[in-house]
Design a protein. Structure first.
Length: 158
């Protein structure tokens, strides 16, 4: 798997910075770059590349919506990895595409409506009135995501 990723990243640097669809090692790979971040979606050769592209567009636009900064970069992404994972969780579950609309994804992650079309919207503060048992569950999930983010950040920075 690691060798696959290394070869894929080296291949992807040779082409333009627009959304690209390529066949690579028997997999359809759709990828794009946004301000230093690389987004990849892969599927088997029997998958529809338009659906994979729709998944990529919805996910990348939702990530841009939920991050608290207008400028995407690796530091901002690592600091908000929990929100990125929540976006991913809203898009796909066990290989099944659940949602591709960036606005809907962002609303589910943030817990409130997103104004506009879901593109380039950023939240400055999120307040949710939840029952105590749900608040505890969210705190546990938040702690888990924070730990995962810290481990990934350390491994990437080493």
């Amino acid at each position: 798997m690691e060798f696959f990723l290394i070869r894929l990243i080296s291949l992807s640097k040779k082409v333009s910075r627009q959304t690209e669809v390529v066949m690579f090692d028997g997999q359809i790979v759709v990828y794009k770059f946004i301000q230093g971040l690389s987004f990849f979606v892969t599927g088997g050769e029997e998958e529809n590349e338009l659906i994979l592209e729709s998944v990529l567009e919805g996910f990348s636009e939702a990530v841009a919506c939920v991050l608290p900064s207008k400028k995407l970069n690796k530091r901002i992404a690592l600091q908000n990895l929990d929100l990125i994972f929540l976006c991913l969780d809203e898009v796909i579950d066990e290989g099944i595409v659940l949602e591709t609309d960036a606005k809907v994804i962002a609303e589910k992650v943030l817990g409130h409506e997103v104004e506009g079309d879901g593109q380039a919207w950023h939240s400055s503060e999120i307040r949710l009135n939840l029952p105590p048992h749900l608040t505890m569950s969210l705190q546990t999930l938040s702690g888990l995501l924070t730990t995962a983010r810290d481990h990934i950040a350390r491994s990437l920075l080493n």
